[in-house]
Each structure stands twice: as C-alpha cells, then as structure tokens.
Design a protein around this ligand. Sequence first.
Ligand SMILES: Cc1cc2nc3c(=O)[nH]c(=O)nc-3n(C[C@H](O)[C@H](O)[C@H](O)COP(=O)(O)OP(=O)(O)OC[C@H]3O[C@@H](n4cnc5c(N)ncnc54)[C@H](O)[C@@H]3O)c2cc1C
Length: 443
Amino acid sequence: MVDVAIIGGGVSGLYAAHLLKQAGVSVEVIEGQQRLGGRLHTIYTPEGHPVDLGGQWIGPQHTRALRWNQRHHIPLHRTHTAGAHLLLTPQQRKKYKGTIPRLSWLALLDLGIGLMRLRKMASRVDPAYPWHISTAEWDEVSLAAWIRRTFYTRKARETFEVGLSTVLGCEPEEVSLWHTLFYLRSAGSLEALIETEGGAQELKFSQGAITFVHSLAQDIPYRLGERVHRVEIEPTRVKLICEGGYQLSARAVFVAIPPAQTGTIQWTPPLPPLYQQLSQHMPMGSVTKIVAIYDTPFWREKGLSGHILRLHGALRLTFDTSPSAGEYGQITGFGVGKLARSLLHVSSNERTAYYEKEMEALFGAKPKWLFQKTWAEEPSIGGCYTGYFGPGGWRYFGQVLRTHLPPLYWVGTERSSTWMGYIEGAMAAAEEAVQSFLTTAHT
Ligand SMILES: Cc1cc2nc3c(=O)[nH]c(=O)nc-3n(C[C@H](O)[C@H](O)[C@H](O)COP(=O)(O)OP(=O)(O)OC[C@H]3O[C@@H](n4cnc5c(N)ncnc54)[C@H](O)[C@@H]3O)c2cc1C
C-alpha cells in the first residue's frame, strides 16, 4: 500500500509524484504504455538525431518548466526564425516577416479588427472560473460561427482559421467561442500562443523532450505497460486493477490522464453523473505532427526561415526546428484541417508518403527521413494537443473538471487554469492537486 497511486506517467503525473515525494508522501506511478512521457515522445533517426513527435517547445512565460529545466541543466536552444517566412495560397507565394503575413490592406484591416475584438472578448474571461460565463452567447456559438460573422474578406478569414485551428488542434466548428477565449486567457495572450520569439515556440529541447521526462522520473517508482482498467474505492483505501493483472492499493489516487480517458476506466462505486459525462464532453483535438530531416537547413541559404503558413492542403504550418548550429536540417510541420483529417482514414505508410510529397512541394527537396504521428491513434491518449469544449462545455462541466473528489484528485494539463494544453499547464495542475491533497490530508 502506498499513500498515493498516480494513474498516468505523463508530465503531470510525474511532476505530481515528485512534489508528493518531496512532501514525504509515498507514491507509485502506473503508466499504461511501455514508455513514460505521454504526449512527450522522442524517437531517433538512424543517425541518432532526436525527433519529437509530441511536445517540443517551451516559452518564456512557462516559468515552472523553465525553472525545472534550469535546475536539471536540460539543454534548450532558440527556434530559428531569421530569414523570410512564406505565405502560400493556391495562387500566390509571398514573403513576410513577423507574425502577421502580408495580405492586401483590406484583408489586413479586416484581420486586425477581428483580432482586436477577440482580445477584447478574451479579457472578459476569468481563467480561474471559466464556468462563470459573462456573455451567454459566447458559450452558445462555435468559433466557426463567430468567424463567419466577423471577417469580411476571404484571406483574413482563411489566415485566422489556419492560425487558430493549428493552435487549438481542432476545427473552428468543433470548439466553442468561449473555449477559444479561455484558451487565449489561460496563456495570457494570443501573442504568447502564436509567437515563436517571445512566445510558446521560442525554446526547443535540444536533445528531445525525453530529457525533460527523464529528469521528472528520477527517483520516482513507476510501472510501465499497466493500463488501469478498474478503480475500487473502499472506505479506507482505493484499489487499482490493471489490464495486465497488476494491483495496487493506496490511500488516495491522482488521475493524471486526459478527461476523455476517465471514461475508459470502470469506477466502483461509479463516478457522480456529471463526472461521468465530462468524459463524453471533452474530446481531444486531431493533429498530425510531421518532422522532416534534411542533410542541411538549405532553406537558410536562400534567405528563408523555414516558417511557412499555407492556406490550403493538409500541411498548413511549418517551423525550422534544426539544431542551433545547423548540423542538419529539421522541419516540423502540422497537419490540420479537413484534408489532414481525411488522411486519418488511410494507413500510416500512405500518410507518410503523402506528407513526404507535401514537404517536397514546399521545400523543393525530398526529405532524407520523414516521421509523422497522428495522436488519435494512441488509445490511452486519444488525440492532441489537448481536450477542448464545444458550446455549453464550460458552463456545464467546467467546475467538475476542476473539482477533486477525495480520495480522487484530478491532474493533467486539461485541469489547469494557466497554459491549459501545454507542458506548463500539466505542471500547474499537478501543483494545484498536490496542494489540495496536502491541505485535505492535514485537516
Ligand atoms: C504533437 C504535439 C505537440 C505538442 N507541442 C507542445 C509544445 O511544443 N509545447 C508544450 O508545452 N506542449 C505541447 N504539447 C502538449 C503537451 O505535450 C501536453 O500538454 C502535456 O504533455 C500533457 O501532459 P499530461 O501529463 O497532462 O498528459 P499526457 O501526456 O497525456 O499523460 C497521460 C498519461 O496517462 C497514460 N494513461 C492514460 N490512461 C491510462 C490508464 N487507464 N492507465 C494507465 N495510464 C494511462 C497515458 O498513456 C499517458 O502516458 C503537444 C502535444 C502534442 C501531442
């Protein structure tokens, strides 16, 4: 018997384990997959170069993650941004600098007014209590409905759609306007979300996000390949039963898995009805992450940054994520939108072949290696980057998302009021739950 059993060996579960252990609480982490890290997943090219198929960046606002990195000497480097970015449409190829691409003055004005309105609305959301809805209509409509009635020009609309759907990891018609506003507020600003310099994409784990995971897992007892499928809550203990047959008893349980995954566990007695329904109301996003490796970052010689915003096709956004000295070239791309989603029906090999061609079309050269990962294929995670709410979600399930049910404590990035969906949010949620557990345990 341990004091706390933790279901899920992602950032949140491991960081919670670390904090609990520091407070003198005995812990054990149970992870369903054969690896730790969850949505952080590093693989290697045949030459041994790290490739992050999950999270890879942190930004200057990610104070917890930065502090942890500093303390554990985890190497980071700045994402390369020098050179011209490209805006690609079926008809045009335009170079630009900064965050906003070069559009016609009318489209720029349209986009600027829309962004101003979005920022103003977001300032009305309190990320600590997003279920206190100040303007009911904003929770009743999808982001797509708002886009339709806000933008007058096609270019402004398409640019906004590509940007926001890549940040949110889902289609504008799937997510509520209120959730979008919350997401902006939880990160502090739209700029913090979308910028590379000064934003969430500024710093990359030089040797892969696995270095971060390993540092979190140091000295933490864990078991791999043991998916928890049943949780029995008894008066003095909670029993976890795993698919492989492993069992563990604990005084309390930290559930560090995406909310949608809680529905795959059999709870005895059953979770209260709203908690059960939460798992049906917070789907995961659908994004395919693509990493292409080249011998050199040759685009830099042509004065290009490697950052491409494309308003059509499946591969819509790319970044130069090569090592800082440019020892080899690496482009990270994101497959979003309807076309990317239609590719979820084909085999992984066919998808790789498709993205190889896309990369060749964008950069003029076939990648030496191309890796792609569709997180919807991971049964114990179910999608990426994070869970989101559609209309009515925050209103009916927001409070439940954030309310612990001792001896059950909820962790995971989706539970955080700050940087939800990010590594920083996963750490913040762990801190909050540990605080709550320690307070409850001592009263
Ligand atoms: C492609 C991609 C790109 C991203 N980019 C970034 C980025 O650059 N920067 C950033 O900050 N964030 C990024 N993110 C998001 C970031 O990775 C996540 O927010 C964070 O890792 C979530 O951590 P977590 O611990 O909350 O959840 P998870 O990482 O999902 O961990 C949950 C764990 O629980 C396990 N589990 C589930 N069910 C069970 C069960 N029944 N029994 C046992 N174990 C179970 C899962 O296998 C998983 O390991 C990205 C994510 C993806 C996928």
